[in-house]
Design a protein around this ligand. Structure first.
Ligand SMILES: *Cc1c(COP(=O)(O)O)cnc(C)c1O
Length: 356
């Protein structure tokens, strides 16, 4: 049976990216060698990382003055690398969920942290709006899409200080004005590739301003100067990232995928809003296009497991909600086809007809 993969991360990738990676693992470019056993400094791999960087620049329209880095350590490593490189005295953070809280915890090791706004009062079910970004801080950090709670800010803020964004779960899902950001980072394993590689888009002129010494491996400048080859980069994941970016370009780039994402999300939110059994958990004006969270309403609270099992019989997998929200979460990243969303919606309707 065809599986409809709604996993939150690692998550669905374009089939062609998986197939091309599988082929390259067996034989890269007819070289008789596997992608897994070649030098990262070989011509074959240099071409891969060069193209991956160039495609990311092209698809996101990254202006001059920025470097694209492919690093290890996950988005979680960036939680400390950002303050290590940028925080001299004080930074400002938006507290919009578990990932933001983890980023804040690490920043506090390096200096003072102002929480500009928080949505913790309502279990992070909305994206704060009326906040003012302070001018006396080294940078302002936000999480654009809160993967666990299904909230997202879908506009680019004007910030008087360098804006740093964790875009792990919505990178390339919508058009972004990169020029408004000092750093955009994220783990690849939500919308871009497999686990193991972390992307960082950094504006050169914000670096080199802290007083502390920075260990080479944590210094953005070192990685930028070495084209992400200061040490061995995650070779295989970077290959898959390139394949995913090629696929994205082939379907029309970010503008086309954003339109698809809006259509997919509308289909699912409409189904939730018109249901008597399911209820959305995120405030309507904060709803994410990538992670769609919903629960059973009070009358059907004991039916969570039953619905998850019912959906599985139709090939729908990965919809169990995160424990801090409960219920269900459908992650509908770029690679998720509309047809799979429709299969989920049909399953919801059928389940409601039987049990409602
Ligand atoms: C998944 C996720 C992370 C953690 O990523 P790792 O690569 O596992 O460290 C951080 N931030 C957001 C928004 C995420 O969705």
């Amino acid at each position: 049976m065809k599986k409809h993969n709604f996993n939150a991360g690692p998550s669905i990738l374009p089939q062609v990216a998986i197939e091309n990676t599988a082929k390259a693992i067996l034989d890269l470019n007819g070289s008789g060698l596997s992608l897994l056993e070649i030098s990262h400094r070989s011509k074959d791999f240099q071409a891969v990382i060069d193209e991956a960087m160039a495609l990311l620049k092209e698809l996101l329209e990254i202006p001059e003055g920025y470097h694209v880095l492919f690093l290890g350590g996950g988005a979680s490593m960036q939680f400390c690398m950002v303050p290590f490189n940028l925080l001299n005295k004080k930074a400002a953070y938006l507290e919009t969920g578990v990932w933001a809280k983890k980023a804040i915890k690490e920043a506090k090791l390096f200096g003072q942290v102002d929480i500009v706004a928080s949505s913790s009062d309502k279990n992070f079910s909305y994206y704060p709006k009326d906040f003012v970004i302070p001018t006396d801080v080294d940078y302002f950090h936000i999480t654009t899409n809160n993967t666990i709670y299904g909230t997202e800010i879908r506009k680019d803020l004007d910030s008087p200080v360098p804006l740093v964004a964790d875009m792990s779960s919505d990178i390339l899902s919508r058009k972004v004005d990169v020029s408004k950001y000092g750093i955009i980072y994220g783990g690849a394993q939500k919308n871009l590739g497999p686990a193991g590689v972390t992307f960082v888009i950094v504006r050169d002129d914000i670096l080199g301003k802290v007083d502390r010494a920075i260990p080479s491996m944590l210094d953005y400048r070192v990685h930028a100067q070495n084209g992400s080859m200061f040490n061995t980069p995650p070779v295989m994941p970077i290959f898959t990232v390139r394949e995913t970016l090629k696929w994205l370009k082939g379907i029309g780039g970010v503008t086309a995928v954003e339109a698809r994402n809006i259509e997919k999300a509308n289909v699912l939110y409409d189904a939730i809003d018109s249901s008597k059994m399911f209820v959305g958990t995120a405030a309507e004006d904060s709803r994410s296009l990538m992670n769609i969270c919903f629960v059973m309403n009070e009358n059907y609270k004991d039916k969570d497991e039953a619905f998850i099992e019912f959906a599985k019989t139709r090939g729908v997998v990965g919809i169990k909600g995160h424990r801090s929200v409960g219920g269900f979460r459908a992650s509908v990243y770029n690679a998720m086809p509309l047809d799979s969303v429709k299969v989920l919606v049909e399953a919801m309707k059928a389940f409601e007809n039987i049990n409602g």
